[in-house]
Design a binder for this molecule. Structure first.
Ligand code: CU1
Length: 176
């Protein structure tokens, strides 16, 4: 019985770790999916971004042939006018990962003449006060204090009731 309880406890710890890692590291999005960052095929990057919900910690990956393209982070005005003359940052490796660390619009374009005008531009919008759909019901800071209490509750008292509570709390994590 003690072994069953400790493996349950390990299971809870594992789940908490996975949730915390999701929060810290976020999701990885490859711009344009299989097509990547290109002018070929008239990819609608506005539509691509529209179908995603970007959050802090998410990683935006630009994959392209560096002989033909680049990635420039620009201001909103530069984005609108496709002005690549003074970007905030320039990436040229062909496999650039950009981690989103602030809640605002992040504007990108390809600085090769004509490419932005042809639609190679991307607006990543990280909205204010947007919580993850699969986030725990309790704030992340409160998570570590929850699991030891739960383990203490499970071990000495009633194992069946304890495991029910555990199952309920796991369901609560995933469906709340
Ligand atoms: Cu380009």
């Amino acid at each position: 019985m003690a072994m069953a309880s400790s493996s349950l406890y390990l299971f809870v710890v594992l789940i908490v770790m996975v949730i915390k890692m999701k929060i810290v590291y976020g999701d990885i999005y490859k711009v344009g999916d299989t097509a990547g960052w290109t002018t070929i095929g008239n990819i609608d990057y506005k539509q691509w971004a529209k179908t995603k919900t970007f959050r802090l910690g998410d990683i935006i990956v630009f994959e392209y042939n560096p002989e033909f393209h680049n990635v420039m982070q620009v201001t909103h005005a530069q984005f609108r006018s496709c002005n690549a003359s003074s970007p905030i940052a320039t990436h040229t490796t062909g496999n650039d990962s950009i981690t989103i660390t602030t809640r605002r619009h992040h504007f990108f374009l390809c600085g090769v003449p004509g490419h932005c005008q042809a639609g190679q531009k991307l607006d990543i919008n990280v909205r204010q006060h947007h919580s993850r759909s699969h986030s725990p019901a309790v704030p992340p800071a409160a998570v570590p204090t929850v699991s030891p209490n739960l383990a203490n509750f499970i071990t000495p008292t009633c194992p069946i009731f304890g495991s029910l509570v555990l199952r309920f709390s796991i369901l609560f994590y995933f469906f709340s």
